[in-house]
Write a protein that binds this ligand. Sequence first.
Ligand SMILES: CC(C)(COP(=O)(O)OP(=O)(O)OC[C@H]1O[C@@H](n2cnc3c(N)ncnc32)[C@H](O)[C@@H]1OP(=O)(O)O)[C@@H](O)C(=O)NCCC(=O)NCCS
Length: 161
Amino acid sequence: MKIRDAADADLPSIVAIYNDAVRTRRSTAQLDPVTVEERRNWIREHSPDRPFWVAEIDDEVAGWLTIKPFIPRCAYQGTVELSVYVSEKFRRRGVARALLQEAIARARSLGVSAMVGLIFAHNEASLKLFEQLGFKRWGLLPGVAQIEGAERDLAILGRRV
Ligand SMILES: CC(C)(COP(=O)(O)OP(=O)(O)OC[C@H]1O[C@@H](n2cnc3c(N)ncnc32)[C@H](O)[C@@H]1OP(=O)(O)O)[C@@H](O)C(=O)NCCC(=O)NCCS
């Protein structure tokens, strides 16, 4: 597996992986599929210290991870939000773990002091994943998401660097 910076040429694969997760109603508050056109600046919105990476297996994008500002205010500049998505084809092969481990390993050099994952409380796979990587439950926002008529909780998983 190779982890590298995402490029615009990866966008169709990145968007396809994201849309598969959108459909599950478990991973993201985005409820409608997105298009490559809508997301054409997605990668360019990231910077070397708040990167967008892909994990590549056999020249295919197997998964991706973004590191983005938690809240764009000065006092939170060392805190980032991580998002990780893996193609259904490549799941349970350690792709997400490898991406998160890379983020943890490079956090200091990226000027990151704390990392959070904002994860629906019904997304058990993702909660387990983050907990396995040393993230703890820092908070729970009850019923903040409305998905198909149901109120869903949002868990905040955090890890200091
Ligand atoms: C959650 C997700 C990223 C995991 O990716 P993955 O590459 O399959 O995960 P890994 O193989 O690295 O698994 C690492 C650990 O995560 C946990 N995990 C992953 N998938 C799981 C599942 N379906 N059920 C339970 N635990 C799971 C396990 O603890 C696993 O360790 P183990 O295999 O030793 O038991 C993937 O299922 C996904 O893309 N889901 C949709 C997107 C999403 O929900 N992202 C999180 C929001 S930021």
